[in-house]
Design a protein around this ligand. Sequence first.
Ligand SMILES: Nc1nc2c(ncn2[C@@H]2O[C@H](COP(=O)(O)OP(=O)(O)OP(=O)(O)O)[C@@H](O)[C@H]2O)c(=O)[nH]1
Length: 312
Amino acid sequence: MNKVIPVTILTGYLGAGKTTLLNNLIEKHQDKNFAVVENEFGDISIDDKLVNRSSEGIYELSNGCVCCSLNTELGNVLNKLLVSKHDFDHVLIEATGVADPSKIASLILQDLHFQSVFRLDGVICLVDGVNFFQALEKDDVLARQVAYADVVLLNKIDASDSEELKNCEERILSTNPFTKVVKTKNAETDLPLLDIKSSGIEKSLNSVVTGSSSKKHPVKSYSFEFDKPFDPQKLQMWLSFNLQMDNRIFRAKGIIYLSETSNKLVLQSVANDYIIDKGDEWGNEKKSSKFVFIGKDLDRNIIYEGLENCLN
Ligand SMILES: Nc1nc2c(ncn2[C@@H]2O[C@H](COP(=O)(O)OP(=O)(O)OP(=O)(O)O)[C@@H](O)[C@H]2O)c(=O)[nH]1
């Protein structure tokens, strides 16, 4: 297998509708050969389509998909899939109801071996429109799941009233202003959820209001824009310190403007890792850097001043 395989992570709190979405995606994309990685085999209601159980613990389905359980570390499971005889062109990982998706995402983004085989396509978070706020109060996990999501499906709209849904949507967007929120029943949507990487950080950052912040909850997001170019060394040091050593920022995205290059640089950070990739050429576009940071106990002014000190 020598093509780069997209990986989609499905997250969401217990019972939010992840399995429902997984089944929808498999049904809708008959052309794809999925490798589905689940926490526990049996979660997914596709048993009737099973045709055989291979010795490596990978289940082959009649539609060409394979399915295996996340019974050991994800790295081992992915390696097992890669060395298996099975051919697949997209990986769907259903993360456990209480998982922190950043751990999964950072394995794909940072592991040198996996980097060359997989690319993180997107993180889709299922939110239960009926009990979102109760789940939020229990712990940080749901806020983290929302913070990492490229798309949030605000599900079970049939069972929740419009006022409640409006509050949920506001809260989701104030936690993560660059996510896309789609209201769904049975996790059904026409919005493309796979191969969404191309929709880009840039577009999402452009829609973020500069300097926005959420209101009275611990997970906040702040966005910043700078017209002057950055000094690459200074910025690298600031990013290493704040993203790798300090645990308060748990998600960051950005477009970086350096005077040395005619291309944009794209920053992606999950958990304590970050990567900077070459983006499109600036062309005639007005050059500026844009960042969004999501995390807990963040101080907007300190971040702003820290970044300002890294300008040329
Ligand atoms: N009313 C309603 N029920 C839904 C909707 N979507 C899913 N459900 C139901 O909610 C229950 C949980 O859905 P799942 O898809 O299993 O949720 P999950 O996130 O995979 O659950 P866990 O794996 O236990 O965390 C099932 O009974 C679904 O049929 C919806 O939009 N409206």
